[in-house]
Design a protein around this ligand. Structure first.
Ligand code: GTP
Ligand code: SPV
Ligand code: MN
Length: 575
């Protein structure tokens, strides 16, 4: 793809009033932010309480990823598979060209050259996002490496083209709304063979920050399949035991199921240390040593605000002390931010995410309200977070929100059983995507909304990758969300999850006592020192009837993939 030619084509199609090429500087970031403040699209927070930080309020119809509007337009429908929306690429392109025709009238087209991964890493990937959303530009500044340095490198690299529009052209003199969007015509379209993305009508999160889910997962998963690596919805964290032994762990939990919190957990057991590499996406390659090496393609956090507190994630609160961007949280009368579960009572005069005085009993912050902040601001950034070769992964965790049935932790006996654990991962739905919150759905590898090709082939890819001379990571299933009959969480979670990690460390080192169950290998015991009233028996129990029912559900789910569901997983399911 030739950059100049593509730019000219997109300019002719979108017809922006101006074009601006982003340099990625601090000066540029604040200039764009201040322009937005001036026209009411952004609120500058109190500089004494929260220096160089801003609040954005979205349109209430544009608050989360919208999976029903997300398409994988591969040449063959079979290649998109049963879990993705598909349309014939030629027809879709026609539809997109109609939508994008003149869509940036009255606006600036920002050109955002960016790189997913450290600039010098052989595993990184270059891309350009064209967007008419200055809000998206501000987010891309923290979430990716972007600007002049990348533009210079683009001369020697191929890149993935992405075009994004909020879908609201302005006629001369027309006043803009504070969050323009076009929910009736929303479309987030991927052409995996071309490695290209077209996104229309939404300014929010994964719909609009094209480096994240669109490129680093949906497009990258296709590239990874072709080239023999992994692009996964996983956090990466480095954990050191009191004895000084360090292991890196990768973990796939569905959206809003605890990746950011786990990646930065503050251990409640003495002597343990956690250092964060990434909180959402991992690109993993086999090293010459046979180990799996992971980089975080992102450069920042786009994290769920509600629930972030001194108890749950003190290090994130430190990171958010300045230079942060908040979206759809509540505003305090002194110009600071507030959300449910922040750990302080709601102050008098609170303004809700909707921009009106908060009424008790209604959400002050939207459940999918988010913060955007650079990874560098984290006080517990791993020393190898920027390493071009990544970090070696010792264990992979799969976990969802399951009130019942799924134990706190189980270990897979084999790579194959581990792949089945990933393939059959399930969770109650959250507010991170539009849909019915709480409903249980299968979310294989936490990749259901993010796999850019046939999910059955993706399972086969995982099985294939485990073959040959490899030092395979061990695989675990975890569930921090099991509840008692009163509907209360049985497990304290957050910093106490270190207790589960301690057992995993012991297992990795050939110690750690275990017992068999139909759900996998369970710990005989966990270090619960300092905790009271934990019902470990309930947390680790496997109800035979309920588990058989679970397996029946899994078998039914597997049928969706027809002959693309790998035979090895089928036989593993029938064991
Ligand atoms: P995405 O950014 O959407 O991919 O989400 P995520 O997987 O990073 O989830 P995150 O860590 O932001 O957590 C989402 C919600 O789950 C927050 O409200 C947390 O407070 C809650 N949560 C996270 N970890 C735990 C845990 O160990 N136990 C309990 N009970 N809740 C948790
Ligand atoms: C997720 O939904 O998994 C997220 C948020 O991490 S978004 O960037 O909107 O995809
Ligand atoms: Mn995510």
């Amino acid at each position: 793809m030739n950059l100049q030619k593509w730019l000219a084509e997109m300019q002719a199609l979108c017809k922006p009033d101006r074009i601006y090429i982003c340099d990625g500087s601090d000066e540029e970031y604040h200039r764009i932010a201040e322009e937005m403040v001036k026209c009411g699209a952004l609120i500058a927070l109190n500089p004494t309480l929260r220096p160089r930080s801003y609040l954005a309020r979205s349109n209430p119809e544009d608050v989360a990823r919208t999976e029903k509007d997300t398409f994988i337009c591969s040449q063959q429908q079979e290649d998109a598979g049963p879990t993705n929306n598909w349309e014939e690429p030629g027809l879709m392109l026609q539809r997109l060209k109609k939508l994008f025709d003149g869509c940036m009238r009255g606006r600036t087209m920002y050109v955002v050259p960016y790189c997913m991964g450290p600039l010098t890493s052989p595993f990184s990937y270059f891309a350009v996002q064209l967007t008419d959303s200055p809000y998206a530009v501000l987010n891309m500044r923290w979430m990716t490496r972007m600007g002049s340095e990348v533009l210079a490198l683009l001369k020697d690299h191929s890149f993935s083209p992405g075009v994004h529009s909020v879908g609201v052209p302005l006629s001369p003199g027309e006043k803009d709304s504070s969050w323009p969007c076009n929910p009736q015509n929303r479309l987030i379209v991927h052409f995996p063979e071309e490695r290209s993305v077209w996104s229309f009508g939404s300014g929010y999160g994964g719909n609009a920050l094209l480096g994240k889910k669109c490129l680093a997962l949906r497009i990258a998963s296709v590239i990874a399949r072709d080239e023999g690596w992994f692009a996964e919805h996983m956090l990466i964290t480095g954990i050191t035991s009191p004895e000084g032994k360090k292991h890196y762990i990768a973990a796939a939990f569905p959206s809003a199921c605890g990746k950011t919190n786990f990646a930065m957990l503050a251990p409640t057991l003495p002597g343990w240390k956690v250092e964060c590499v990434g909180d959402d996406i991992a690109w993993m390659h086999w090293g010459a040593d046979g180990r799996l090496w992971a980089i975080n393609p992102e450069a920042g956090f786009f994290g769920v605000a509600p629930g972030t507190s001194e108890r749950t994630n003190p290090n994130m609160l430190r990171a958010l002390a300045s230079d942060a961007l908040f979206t759809n949280v509540a505003l305090t009368p002194d110009g600071d931010v507030w959300w449910e579960g922040i750990g302080t009572p709601p102050p008098q005069g609170l303004i809700s995410w909707l921009g009106v005085p908060w009424q008790p009993g209604t959400p002050a912050a939207h459940p999918n309200s988010r913060f955007t902040v650079s990874l560098k601001r984290s006080p517990i950034c791993d020393p190898a977070a920027e390493s071009p070769t990544g970090v070696p992964i010792s264990a992979i965790l799969f976990g969802g929100r399951r009130a019942h049935v799924v134990p706190l932790v189980t270990e897979a006996h084999s790579w194959r059983q581990g792949v089945l654990m990933g393939a059959m991962l399930s969770s109650e739905r959250t507010a991170a995507a539009e849909g019915l919150v709480g409903e249980i759905r299968r979310d294989p590898f936490a990749m259901l909304p993010f796999c850019g090709y046939n999910m059955g082939d993706y399972f086969a890819h995982w099985l294939r990758m485990g073959q040959g001379e490899k030092k395979l990571p061990r695989i675990y299933s975890v569930n921090w969300f099991r509840k008692n009959s009163e509907g209360q969480f049985l497990w304290p979670g957050f910093g106490d999850n270190i207790r589960v990690i301690k057992w995993i460390f012991e297992r990795l080192e050939g110690r750690g006592e275990s017992m068999e169950s139909s759900a996998g290998c369970l710990p005989k015991d966990l270090d619960l020192s300092g905790l009271q009233g934990i019902d470990l028996k309930a947390l680790l129990s496997v109800d035979q009837k309920a588990w058989e029912h679970e397996v029946e559900e899994m078998k039914r789910y597997a049928e969706r993939f027809k002959d693309r569901f790998p035979q090895e997983l089928q036989s593993e399911l029938s064991l």
